[in-house]
Write a protein of this length. Structure first.
Length: 236
């Protein structure tokens, strides 16, 4: 249970703001303070949603102890927990039919590679793909990823159960938890393209890729036509 103390209205908290920057207009400050109220409310909404997520009952027990191919040979999903209670599994779009992995997945995982050192202090993290393990590890080396653990779902059994029943080349994010020696599904990203708002690319909330969160802080935002690439032209 969270703290049940009544919250101070966001407007009152925002009134405590003493920030001011050189040459800003009164119009800017009014707009910024109004935005600050909404930012406080957003922070509270994010925490309410996270609290609801934590309070959910356990999902279903996994049907089998799925086997993946890792850098050191076959490994079961039960072994991926590495002593932790929670396991986060991201399935990237890198099926055997692809010449190159998905740039969007690659961009996000590049960010995750940096934070993985901190994440694994509290949870286990694994990345899977449907390509053979040698192909996956070659790409890991190419990108310079040091902290991500990558595995091949060669049989596709895990993918068909928790990502795409049709074994489609689509991304998936799942969280599992281990209780009393048993493994249960806890949460998955379930916002599909049919749930997208007008004028927006389909995405979940909160956004797990910091790339877009930082873009959202800028005047031009995410833009309409820009997407990550595997390679960019070097600046002149």
């Amino acid at each position: 249970m969270g703290d049940l103390s009544p919250l101070t209205p966001a407007k009152e908290l925002a009134a405590k703001n003493k920030a001011a920057f050189p040459n800003e207009s009164s119009e800017y400050r009014r707009a910024r303070n109004a935005l600050l109220i909404e930012e406080i409310e957003l922070r509270r909404k994010i925490e309410r949603v996270a609290e609801m997520r934590r309070a959910m009952p356990l999902g279903g027990e996994i049907p089998e102890d799925y086997t993946f191919d890792g850098e050191n040979g076959p490994i079961h999903i039960s072994d991926l927990f590495n002593g932790k209670q929670s396991l986060v599994v991201y399935s990237m779009m890198f099926g055997p039919q692809r010449q190159r992995p998905c740039p969007m997945c690659t961009a996000m995982l590049t960010s995750w590679d940096g934070t993985a050192r901190n994440l694994r202090e509290r949870v286990a993290l694994a990345v899977t793909a449907r390509s053979p393990i040698d192909r996956i590890l070659d790409f890991k080396k190419e990108r310079g990823w040091r902290n991500l653990s990558l595995y091949s779902d060669g049989s596709g059994d895990y993918t068909r159960t928790y990502v795409s029943t049709e074994d489609g080349d689509v991304p998936g994010l799942n969280v599992f938890t281990r209780r009393n020696g048993r493994i249960y599904h806890f949460w998955a990203s379930e916002m599909s393209g049919e749930m997208a708002d007008p004028g927006q690319d389909p995405r979940g909330a909160p956004d797990v890729d910091p790339l877009w969160t930082i873009f959202d802080l800028t005047p031009d935002g995410r833009g309409k036509n820009w997407y990550p690439k595997l390679e960019y032209r070097e600046p002149c």
